[in-house]
Design a protein around this ligand. Structure first.
Ligand code: ZN
Length: 89
């Protein structure tokens, strides 16, 4: 057993908010879902687009509020804090 400390690289993620909305391009299944039974549905089965108003961005990707919240959950971030900060500018 070695006694070492590892540094895990973390990629910074930029979140943004736009007053102009576009259609959310996140791929969803025929029921509008990206998860089933707690598992991400494979892209091949997600043949539709979310289409909800997308006023937020993760990096350069526009997303709707629901998909921003979902992404925050996957990253272990507090969506409420992020959305409040983005709306307050
Ligand atoms: Zn969406």
């Amino acid at each position: 057993m070695t006694d070492e400390t590892r540094t895990i690289p973390v990629t910074p993620v930029h979140f943004g908010h736009s007053p102009i909305s576009f259609e959310c391009p996140v791929p969803v299944d025929s029921l509008g879902q990206i998860e089933r039974g707690g598992e991400i549905i494979p892209l091949a089965e997600r043949t539709a687009k979310c289409g909800a108003p997308a006023n937020f961005s993760i990096g350069s990707q526009l997303v709707c509020e629901a998909h921003l919240r979902h992404a925050c959950g996957l990253m272990g971030l507090d969506a409420e804090d992020i959305i409040r900060e983005l709306r307050e500018g």
